[in-house]
Ligand binder design. Structure first.
Ligand SMILES: *Cc1c(COP(=O)(O)O)cnc(C)c1O
Length: 394
């Protein structure tokens, strides 16, 4: 990314690079912040001289700055910024060969499940949804010779931990591609390409933008040929994110390290606070020593993210609804990674795209509550939860 020459050739830290992304790139005015160009088309110098970007579907200057920063974060040769997370997933499916066999987590993101399932039903490929947190499923999963492995760890919302290195290693042996969604931990918390995966993708709607005001996604790889193919498809299908969304996302990205750190701290405190409560049967958060997979999580990820889930002791549906209603700071909404705290019930909200049978098989029961932790003062958040527990009981 263009920045002032570093006189003593010291490698800059990632945080400093993010702050510098695209700064002073406008030579016409000297603007420090990169400008937003609201134009669909760009002029050619002559009929022979095509500019770097000539049409908005292919890109925009601010999107290029963002993509460079995202590639830097992922340790990729390049990255593509897409309209949203699902459009990043669909972009990957465009380079998935017809008739391929895919193995994906049985409790993957609800939208990913819906997309893979629907495309499989259309006959584009076949898919097996497997509990990847259980290594005993490894052999069976590779029996049908998958050519793609879709991975997510920790899973959303039950925070199941998959030993990513093990599955990636096995995929490599079998000549299969591994594709990791690292939305939950962000590129700062999980580095799929460093772990050996072929593709890293995410929804930047969540932590990377972090302000709950626009959507976006990204796809990255260390393989230049693969990125070229993906870039061709992104243009052919119009998967690229708008200049405005790229502008917002780049702005959000600059403070990602700070936000993530604080949100993780808040989440860790709330997880521990919940764990000791008599109303709570189980807390799902990889930052808890009692969490199965705590050790593997610590080996492959940095930090534990700001999403947790819990189950009540014997609460029926109405009481869960009352609990959600009684909260003042936590808002009832899907999504995560924004500056604001949210609550949702995955069974009726984020994972409603899965059949009831699939939801129950994945452990997504009606009494499961998911909290996305924001940047509020943590004492205010626990006080809000405390009064909602009291309200629920009465
Ligand atoms: C939100 C999300 C997606 C989808 O992203 P959108 O931006 O909503 O399209 C994919 N994976 C995970 C883990 C997500 O949380």
């Amino acid at each position: 990314m263009p920045s002032k020459k570093n006189k003593n050739h010291r490698e800059l830290s990632l945080q400093t690079k993010l702050i510098g992304a695209g700064l002073s790139s406008d030579t016409q005015t000297g603007a420090i912040a990169p400008p937003l160009h609201l134009t669909s088309t760009y002029g050619w110098q002559s009929i022979e001289e095509m500019p770097d970007i000539d049409y908005g579907r292919t890109g925009s200057p601010v999107r290029q700055h963002l993509e460079k920063a995202l590639a830097e974060l992922d340790g990729a040769v390049s990255s593509i910024f897409t309209n949203n997370g699902m459009s990043a997933a669909q972009l990957i499916l465009n380079v998935t060969p017809q008739g391929a066999h895919i193995v994906a987590p049985h409790d993957c993101y609800g939208g990913t499940y819906r997309l893979l399932n629907a495309r499989a039903e259309q006959g584009h490929f076949s898919v097996d949804f497997v509990d990847m947190s259980d290594e005993r499923n490894l052999d069976a999963a590779f029996k049908r010779r998958p050519s793609q492995l879709w991975l997510e760890s920790p899973s959303n919302p039950l925070m199941r931990v998959t030993d990513l290195r093990k599955w990636i290693h096995r995929a490599k042996e079998a000549g299969a591609f591994s594709i990791i969604d690292h939305t939950l931990l962000t590129p700062l918390g999980l580095q799929p390409l460093v772990l050996g995966a072929d593709i890293a993708w995410q929804s930047t709607t969540k932590f990377v933008n972090g302000h709950s005001d626009c959507l976006g996604g990204s796809v990255s790889s260390a393989d230049p040929d693969l990125m070229e193919k993906l870039r061709w498809w992104h243009k052919a299908t119009g998967a690229g994110g708008s200049a405005f969304d790229a502008y917002q996302t780049l702005r959000g990205l600059r403070t990602l390290p700070l936000r993530l750190e604080r949100q993780q701290q808040n989440c860790q405190k709330i997880a521990q606070w919940l764990e000791g409560r008599k109303d709570v049967a189980q807390v799902f958060y990889t930052g808890l020593k009692t969490h199965p997979g705590y050790e593997i999580a610590n080996m492959q990820q940095k930090g534990h993210g700001a999403l947790l889930a819990f189950k009540f002791h014997g609460a029926e549906k109405e009481r869960v609804a009352n609990f959600a209603k009684a909260l003042n700071i936590f808002r009832l909404a899907p999504s995560l990674g924004g500056f604001e705290s949210l609550i949702c019930t995955p069974f009726t909200m984020t994972h409603a795209g899965m059949s009831e049978k699939a939801r129950l098989a994945a452990g997504i029961t009606p009494d499961l509550v998911r909290l996305a932790i924001g940047l509020e003062k943590v004492n205010d958040l626990t006080a809000d939860l405390e009064q909602a527990f009291t309200m629920m009981r009465t």
